[in-house]
Design a protein around this ligand. Sequence first.
Ligand code: PFF
Length: 453
Amino acid sequence: MSQSITKARDGFTSTFGVLAATLGSAVGLGNIWKFPYLTGENGGAGFLLVYVIATLLVGLPVMISEIMLGREARTDAVSGLIKLAPKGQPWWLIAAMGVSAAFLIMSFYSEVAAWVFAYIFKAASGEILSTDPAVTGAAFNSLITDPLQSLLWQWLVLTLMGGILLMGVSRGIEAVTKRLMPLLFILLLVIGVRSLTLPGASEGLHFLFSPDFSKVTAGVVLTAMGLAFFKLSIGMGCMMTYGSYFRDDQHIPLTTVRVMCADLFVSMLAGIAIFPAVFAFGFEPSAGPSLLFITIPAVFASIPLGHLFMVLFFVLSAIAATGAMLSILEVPVSVLSERFHMSRTRATLINLLVLGAVGSTCALSSSTLADVQVGGKTFFDLFDFVSSNVLMPLGGIFLCLFVGWVWGFERMTTALTNGGKLSLPILRPLFFIIRYVSPLLILVVMLKGMGLF
Ligand code: PFF
C-alpha cells in the first residue's frame, strides 16, 4: 500500500539525480557573490574557519534532520510536520515560516538572477566590454535604475523557472539540474585556471585566504552562520521538500556530507576564479552586486579572450542561480499542490503571480522604491537580512528541537539507517548535537550577533 503511494508521487529517480538536485539547490549565487566577498572582507581564513565550524556544528545536523523528516513524511513541508508531530502540536508553523522565507529569498534572489540573465546578453553583445569600472558601473546603474527593465527581466526569470517546475520533479528539476551541474563545474574550472594563470594572481589568493582573526567579531560570526544556512538551503523547508523526493535507499548522511563538501569546493573555486583576476589588474574588490556586475566585467575585459570568458562567467552564474531558484520555489509549489490539492500547474501559476508582485518590491529597490526603507534598508537588503539572519536560523532551532526533543533517538535511528539497513556509528554524537549543541549555538550566535546581549 505505502509502496504504491510512494510510486504515485513524483520524486528523484537516481542517486546522481538526488545529488544533482540537492547540490543544485545549495550551489547558487551564494557561492559566487556572497561567499568569496564575505570571506575576503571578514578575515580570510579566519572567517573560513568560523564558516566551516558553523557548517559542521549547525549546517550539517540541520540539513540531515530536514532531509530525514522530509523523506519520512513524503509530502510537502507543512503537511509533513503536521503528519510527523504529535496531534495538536503546531510544529507545522516552522514550515509556514519557511514558506514566508522562501518568498522573501526568492524576491531578491530572482532580481539578482534577472541581472545575471540580462548580463549574458549584454556580455555577448560587447555592451559591457570595458576595462573602466566607471563605464561598466554606468551600464549596471542604467539597468537597475530602470524600473521596466528590472521588472521585465525578473518576470522572465520567474516564467522560465515556472516552466521547468511545471514539468515536475523528475522530468523538470532533476532532468535540468543533472545536465546543468556538470556544466557548472567545467565552466568554473576553466575560468579558475584562466584567473590563476594571470600574472599577479597570488595577491587575490592572499586576500581570500590569509587569516586575520581580529576581524572575526560577534557580528561576523552571525554572518558566517547566516551564510551557512543560506548556502545549504536549510531552516526553511527547502531540504525537507527535497528530502521528500529522496529514494528510500538513499544514504542521507553521506549525501549531505557530499553536498556540503562539493558546495564548499564550488565556493572556493568561485573565489579562486574571481579574486586573482581582480587583483591581477589592480581592481578594488567590492561588495555583493557591484563585484559581480561592475568589477567582474571590467576584469574580464582586461584578459585576452575576455569577451568569451565574460559570457561563460554569466552563463555559469545563471546556471547556479537556476538550480537554487527551482528549489526555493518548490517549497510553496509543493505546499499548494499537496496540502491544498491543487494541480501542479495551478500551484505554480499562483506562486509565480504572488512572487511577481512581492518580488517587484526588490526589483524596484534601486529605482521607484529606493527611498522606501525599513531600518535603513531597502526591501532588497531587508529581505536578504531577515531571511538569512533571522528566519532560517530560527527555523533551524525549531527543527533541531523537534527532532531532538519530540521525535527522538529511536525514530531518528530507524530513519537514517534506512530501517536498519545501514550501520551508522555517528548516530549518538549526531543526536547529541541536534538535541543540545546546534539549537543553543544558533540561539547564542543570533542574539549576540544582533547585539541583544
Ligand atoms: N543555497 C543557495 C545559494 O547559495 O545561492 C540559495 C538558497 C537556495 C537559499 C535555496 C535557500 C534555499 F531554500
